[in-house]
Design a protein around this ligand. Sequence first.
Ligand code: BGC
Length: 770
Amino acid sequence: MKQSKNNMVGKWVRGLLLTLSLFNPFTFLPLTAQVYLDESKSLEQRAEDALQRMTLDEKIAIIHAQSKFSAPGVKRLGIPDMWTDDGPHGVRPDVLWDEWEQAGQTNDSCVAFPALTCLAATWNPQMARIYGESLGEEALYRGKAMILGPGVNINRTPLNGRNFEYMGEDPWLASRMVVPYVQGLQSKGVAACVKHYALNNDEEYRHQVNVIVSDRALREIYLPAFEAAVREGGAWAIMGAYNLYKNQHDCHNSILLNQILKQEWGFDGVVVSDWGGTHDMDEAVRNGLDMEFGTWTDGLTMGATNAYDNYYLAEAYKKAIQEGRYTTKELDEKVRRVLRLHFRTTMNRQRPYGFLCSESHYEAARKIAGEGIVLLKNEQHVLPIQQNAKVLVVGENAIKMMTVGGGSSSLKVQREVLPLDGLLSQLCSLEGSGGGSYARGYVGDTVQSYNGVTVGRSIAESRTPAELRAEAVEKAKQADVVIVFGGLNKADYQDCEGHDRQQYELPYEQNELIEALVKVNKNIVFVNISGNAVAMPWIDKVPAVVQGWFLGSESGNALADVLTGRVNPSGKLPFTWFRQLSDVPAHSLGAYPGTWREGHDVIDEEYKEDIFVGYRWADLSAKQKKELMNAHHSPLTTHPSPLFPFGYGLSYTSFKLGKVTSSTQQLTPNSPITFTVEVTNDGKVAGAETVQLYVGPAKVSASRPVKELKAFQKVWLEPGETKTVTLTVNRESLSVWDEAASKWTVIPGSYRAYIGTSSKTNISHKFELL
Ligand code: BGC
């Protein structure tokens, strides 16, 4: 009897335990159905289900890194590890688990796509879509669930070492281009991690800069592209920037993350810290950071084995929860976001297969590059180069690989066609002259390696600058055309992460080289390889100038396509090309790089130019500029017009715009206004033109830009062909940020729409905004 009673109790206890095991230990909900694995269920249901199955340790584990580029999943639940990688122009080669050195994989040589300044210069959202899709396929092959890009920080100064990774100076252009990039990438089940949010507009002292900016400039200039990426593009992740805003680091900045990104924009994805951008546990817990990466980025400061446990969101946070300093409210919110990211990427069974270095990726890279190259000047039809012309190629950038270097966007490529090789393959006359048709001209940076990725071919050079110039000049005397490939490169203090450029002028005595060449040959073509504008004091003496960006794997082919006329250039500048640094608003006003705060390791950088960035500044009258400069005690007095305006770029054909008509004279809340204009290719070859629409108040005042880009469209036309372009503006897109009310508002009144093929246009059309 006793025994049977014991048996019964045992049975009862076993039954109870069994039943309990089917329930979540914290919530006592039944856990039999694995909802989190069921793709027919909503993301929220799946996240809640997974969350309830997870222990505290598991939750803590998935919100911080376990290696340089990964965070653990939950093996017990079949949630895989999360691997991420740079970004934004190709998938970065793998580094060792806890070191920056190369892992030495044989499957991580990728296709490098053109840097994002070039993508923006295509002014073609379709190119951004193809870019995102192709990159997504490469990422999938490489097992990366999230790409650390694209970057959409506004080009505020041409000294910023990372402008090449971004999409120019205009919030509208950057917004239109970032959305399809994000959508294309994510259509492959790979998350975009849009960076660097926010106000990371220069590199110098990037960890110490505290940006002081008006709410209006923040909203109207610096945030719109991020907002578009989140709201329209549906980005699944965003990366906090290194700098501070309102004295709080961006990676745990309550205004930027909690208030604006999550509350206002409804972002449901993951906020990832920039590598080493987390500085404070309490702020990281409360202010919206979801995943911590790269803290103590040498990986060793806290000891090789426990560095990751010592992250702000690791053991210390767990202990604080156990001690009751926090509930799991914040933690669960972070985990939910990370889980969503998993369901969208690593656990997404609908993901397609990946491809590495596929021909379609090379085609995409070449096409984007071809559409982004900008023809800045072409007098006497020096370009395109005729097949029988005797061509001399000069310059280090004709033979230098640009996919290696520049910081975290550095790549290891399967191939990179150099400009000289591209031209050799397309110009028979060049090939025939057997090496005699190239002269080095100058020496810049011969290092050619980054983080252990080394370019096979040496470009070491021992001759002096004078000797190199003399050789180039001698050869130039014999040539019909001289193509100089110069500009910047990806070395420190050039177009490179970590520092800014130290000068606006071309480095390495390139100006001396050009001045020497123009004396002996009238047909000089300067191809500027860079992500930034440079000073061109010799511009009046050089008949042809091409902006060649950093074009990635197909660089040489794409440049040769344009120089020989196989591709008719159609790129347009995504930034204003100022003549000299002192013409750039941030520099005119002495608002760069800021002022060190006494007794603190903080440099305050006040964006004194406010909303007047790039063409918004160039458009101001001399009087308005002077007033602003006086207000900021700037000693400068000159106000020359830019060398090349925003939105500018030539073609080998010419276009004519017809009369502009509008659908209505009044823009009301319910009906947008559409402008129609005919574009005719009245030249001899097929080509593309981008029609741009800017809007500004009819009565110009100091408080608003004269005009701002609000719509654009690129059209392809055969010779003699005419197409009708329609550009639509809705009322909301003309809102301004009302600082007092802290909201967007539309100011009714008379407005002018300016239509043209660059920001310098006189065609305007008046309408009323009701
Ligand atoms: C850069 C990020 C990059 C990260 C990881 C940081 O230094 O600022 O853009 O994604 O490193 O490489």
